[in-house]
Design a protein around this ligand. Structure first.
Ligand code: URA
Length: 230
């Protein structure tokens, strides 16, 4: 898969990352139907939230599947052994405020009691670089597997800064699973070139970015549509 960036006309190839660093949800009819509802510019807000959350649930389940499991045997009601599995390790969710908080609810539903850290990064209007405004992470985050929640991976600036912050707190790169809603080849290349051990789960790889760094065909401003601040 390749994409030509609007700004530089440079071709970005991400073949080497697909299936290794990047786990794209199976592009089923069901998933495309959900995407069709929310990509419609006339979608009602309640539909946008409801159908986005259905996709977020699939992404969270796929992200959990990338974590380590160990054997665990239980006895069934009919007295037989079931040789099963259970998650082996400690987990933490880290939404990047604000859009990442749209994914927190589904994570808490699937993993009740999960530890949640928060990172607030925004692009500085003068330098155009991501600036850290706030972070609060569990003290033992270095020992945890982290599901980093950020629905939009466009240029990758915010994601790179957030991953660097997690690494500065001692999180192992291979213990970070980036749960993302939609992305573009430019964003994937930015993250995978700098952090080759981070895994990305996404539901769609878009064609490219436009001159305002919005993804095409895209979804518009995810945070505004999800939180109703359009
Ligand atoms: N952020 C969004 O909300 N949408 C995009 O297309 C790109 C970044």
């Amino acid at each position: 898969m390749t994409s030509t960036t609007a700004a530089t006309e440079e071709t970005v190839s991400i073949e080497e990352y697909l299936g290794r660093n990047v786990h794209l949800l199976p592009q089923t009819h069901q998933l495309r139907a959900l995407h069709t509802v929310i990509r419609d510019r006339n979608a009602a807000r309640e539909d946008f939230v409801f159908y986005s959350e259905r996709i977020i649930r699939l992404l969270i389940e796929a992200g959990l599947d990338l974590l380590p499991f160990e054997e665990h045997v239980v006895e069934t009601p009919v007295g037989r052994e079931y040789k099963g599995l259970r998650f082996a390790g400690k987990l933490c969710g880290v939404p990047i405020i604000r859009a990442g908080e749209s994914m927190e609810g589904q994570l808490r539903t699937v993993v009740p009691g999960i530890r949640i850290g928060k990172i607030l990064m925004q692009r500085d209007p003068v330098t155009k670089l991501p600036k850290l405004y706030y972070s609060k992470l569990p003290e033992d985050i270095a020992e945890r597997h982290v599901l980093m929640l950020e629905p939009m991976l466009a240029t990758g600036g915010t994601a790179l800064a957030a991953i660097s912050l997690l690494l500065d707190h001692g999180v192992k790169e291979e213990n970070i699973v980036f749960v993302n809603f939609i992305t573009v080849p430019e964003g994937i290349a930015a993250v995978c070139e700098r952090f080759p051990k981070v895994r990305i789960v996404t539901s769609s790889i878009e064609e490219r970015l436009n001159e305002n760094a919005y993804m095409l065909p895209g979804i518009g401003d995810f945070g505004d549509r999800f939180f109703g601040t359009v």
